[in-house]
Design a protein around this ligand. Structure first.
Ligand SMILES: [Zn+2]
Length: 152
């Protein structure tokens, strides 16, 4: 179902499992886009990734619905929930959102996805995403008794 000729068989399986996590948690629109409208491709060319997008894991060419997955997509996330979080971000781009909106939407949806502070606060992906999101949306981190905690 996933068009991913540019990926190795084991990479394709990892993408399918990450999409399955999205599906299990009711992200139906995103699941549909990934299953039917998106071409995945892999690349070892970090330089293209570096200049094309500041993110280290994946990049999306809108409106062509091509998602390029960098080696870090397969190596850095600790499980399929984290890979699903990366895909959830890319799905926002596939629907036309810019970087800021993609960060905000992913951060607000992370609990629904099961990507939560108690389980993932030690991971590289969590830390990097939190830093990026905090820089864009300081007001989303002014909750809790200390007034400095994540509101979502
Ligand atoms: Zn992005």
């Amino acid at each position: 179902m996933v068009s991913s000729d540019g990926l190795q068989p084991d990479q394709r399986e990892q993408v399918q499992k990450a999409i399955a996590v999205l599906e299990q948690h009711g992200f139906n629109r995103e699941t549909f886009i990934f299953k039917h409208l998106t071409v995945f491709r892999g690349t070892d060319n970090w330089w293209n990734g570096y200049i094309g997008h500041h993110e280290a894991y994946a990049a999306t060419n809108f409106p062509f619905e091509v998602v390029t997955l960098y080696p870090e997509f397969f190596s850095v996330p600790i499980d399929y929930t984290e890979r699903a979080a990366v895909l959830l971000h890319e799905a926002q781009h596939l629907m036309g959102s810019g970087e800021e909106a993609a960060l905000g939407a992913t951060w607000r949806s992370k609990r629904r996805l099961g990507w939560t502070l108690d389980r993932y606060k030690q991971t590289r992906l969590w830390y990097a995403t939190e830093q990026l999101t905090k820089a864009q949306f300081p007001y989303m981190f002014k909750c809790g008794s200390d007034g400095q905690s994540d509101c979502f």
